[in-house]
Design a protein. Structure first.
Length: 160
């Protein structure tokens, strides 16, 4: 599950670098106007305590929730990671799996990879190597490099 733990940080840093330079006040205004990308980026600022935003994982969870509810799938994935670790929200692996399922269903490859990890070890879902393989395969189809690696590893272990 080490990969899942690091996924939130990688996604936020990789995809949010350009937006992390944006002003917190500007992002707050955009988020208030239901710009869900802005909500997600603002959540990243609060999660890490960047660009003048104090680190506040509760606020980050609220913002990722708004992004997720608005259909911004990386928000669902990030929120799932927070539920998985109990950061800013109560620890709830079932809720994490639900959020990863939503992200995956919405075409977000890292969400599929995280769902596959949960199926692979049976956390928050029933252990199911076949569903893990399917989730990793979908992640790979969505161009998620870690999903491709996990698919190949599980396939080499004989999963079907």
């Amino acid at each position: 599950m080490k990969t899942l733990v690091g996924t939130l940080m990688v996604i936020l840093v990789t995809l949010g670098n350009q937006a992390f330079g944006q002003d917190v006040a500007a992002l707050e205004k955009s988020c208030a106007k239901n710009d869900y990308s802005a909500c997600w980026n603002l959540g990243g600022k609060y999660y890490f305590g960047l660009s003048g935003a104090s680190q506040d994982k509760f606020k980050a969870a609220e913002l990722f929730t708004k992004a997720c509810d608005g259909g911004f799938m990386s928000g669902c994935d990030n929120l799932g990671g927070m539920y998985y670790r109990g950061e800013g929200v109560r620890l709830d692996k079932f809720k994490a799996a639900e959020l990863f399922t939503k992200a995956c269903g919405g075409g977000w490859g890292p969400g599929c990879n995280n769902l596959g990890l949960m199926y692979n070890i049976g956390e928050g879902v029933r252990l199911d190597k076949g569903k893990a393989l399917d989730s990793f395969g979908k992640a790979c189809d969505l161009k998620d490099e870690q999903g491709c690696k996990n698919y190949a590893n599980l396939k080499n272990q004989g999963a079907r």
